[in-house]
Write a protein that binds this ligand. Sequence first.
Ligand code: PNS
Length: 245
Amino acid sequence: MPHRNREGHRKRSLAVFPGSFDPITNGHLDIIGRSLSVFDQVTIAILVNPEKHPLFTVEERVAIIREAFPGEQRVQVDTFSGLLVDYAERVGASVIVRGLRAISDFEFEFQMALMNRRLNPRIETVFMMPAESYSYLSSRLVKEVFQLGGRVSELVPAVVERRLREKYGTGAAVRPPARPPSSKSERGIHSGASAPNSRSERGIHSGASAPNSKSERGIHSRASAPNSKSERGIHSRASVRARRT
Ligand code: PNS
């Protein structure tokens, strides 16, 4: 049953989608779209973290995201510092949305969700899975690929590609897109059934095609579950985050 306020009006549900968004990618957009099918409003909350050295300033990230959602009344952009649960409470959100791309995301997200629950049990964390075609996508990879001349146009909104060009200069991203194999023999050139091995073989430039095998999805170095106690417990937050953002 929908929550109603004292006047009997249905209370609008608000979810906070927090992150660094340096820059926002189509994977983020996918999660925001899915959130809008569940919640009335979504606030994209950019963490202001003076310890990080982002490519885009907070102001630039706000402007980029605003441009990526022209006229979308149900999406707001905001910044926050301090505890996420305090921010969520302050803006009247009862839900934090986080995207889960692969198992490699899970451990950090699980820790964060449980810690946030301990800090404020009124705020619930909801995980959403992006389309498989974005399961390998991260802001960090987008920056790296663009900087090295790879094409990112299927991976980020147009405004991000434009801003990346402004940041890095027009020299980047001139590499033509990879041509998808057309003939059967071309497709089978790497011994047909066996999965491709290298990152580039796994289709990192293709964007459009969804990765299928586990190894394809596990592009973040830690595809398999850690074994030892120390492995399970001590990934420093920074290192886990460095892999995922
Ligand atoms: O895009 P990111 O970098 O994965 O987002 C991480 C973010 C911003 C969600 C996380 O670092 C965060 O919530 N920071 C705010 C500080 C806080 O509340 N810490 C306790 C959470 S366990």
